[in-house]
Design a binder for this molecule. Structure first.
Ligand SMILES: N[C@@H](CCC(=O)N[C@@H](CS)C(=O)NCC(=O)O)C(=O)O
Length: 210
């Protein structure tokens, strides 16, 4: 029998939520190990013992420790017989990987900045929003969001990023929009992205991880 799976997570973290979303969607048996306060020295020590970057999520599977949420999603999908969220055909898998890398390199950083500056800073009493950081992130998103919108609106339109079915590419890129309102993310001008986000939100795993 395979070793139990344990995920160190925190509900504020969109990186952790993309993994918990996948866990809920696939109905996996994964113990959720809550690190309630990452500023608490005990929680932080528990985290840094497993991830030198001191970031969640972290997956523990027997002796194997894995950090980086996109890699965790790939690993959990690969452990799941019959799954369709991470296709095994080379071209489809490369297409999913393309969006995961694009998301990590380009899409997620400005979303993270706007979510931090406009929402989390206030929540954690971390000072006023940094206007220059916000302007830079908005400039980046103004170039990136049309790329996603055009892909989703291509031809007759696509429901999902790859393969006409939900994949970890959709989960990886949509979950960081979970605070789109609080972060005032400029989605209104991008109807295909907005509709795609609503499709992800309509899945039971969204409510299950809210
Ligand atoms: N690229 C990483 C990002 C992980 C990350 O930034 N996690 C944040 C929460 S969303 C965190 O742990 N922050 C704690 C800190 O920086 O102290 C991943 O996808 O797992």
């Amino acid at each position: 029998m395979s070793a139990p799976l344990r995920l160190l997570m925190n509900p504020f973290s969109s990186s952790a939520r993309r993994v918990t979303f996948l866990v809920a969607h696939l109905g996996l048996d994964v113990e959720l190990d809550l690190l309630a306060d990452l500023r608490n020295p005990v929680d932080r020590a528990r985290l840094t013992a497993l991830n030198p970057n001191a970031k969640i999520p972290v997956l523990v599977h027997g002796d194997f420790v894995l950090w980086e949420s996109m890699a965790i999603m790939q690993y959990l999908a690969d452990l799941t017989p019959g799954q369709t969220v991470y296709p095994t055909a080379p071209a489809a898998r490369a297409d999913v990987n393309r969006w995961l890398f694009w998301g990590t390199q380009h899409w997620l950083p400005p979303i993270g900045v706007l979510t931090w500056e406009r929402w989390m800073k206030g929540l954690f009493g971390a000072g006023d929003p940094d206007a220059a950081a916000i302007a830079r992130a908005e400039r980046e998103l103004a170039q990136l969001t049309p790329v996603l919108d055009a892909h989703l609106g291509d031809g007759d339109g696509r429901e999902w990023l790859v393969c006409d079915a939900l994949t970890i590419a959709d989960i990886g890129l949509a979950i960081p929009l979970m605070r789109a309102e609080e972060a005032a993310l400029p989605l209104a001008d991008h109807p295909h992205v907005a509709a795609w986000l609503e499709r992800v939100k309509a899945l039971p795993a969204w409510a299950a991880t809210a």
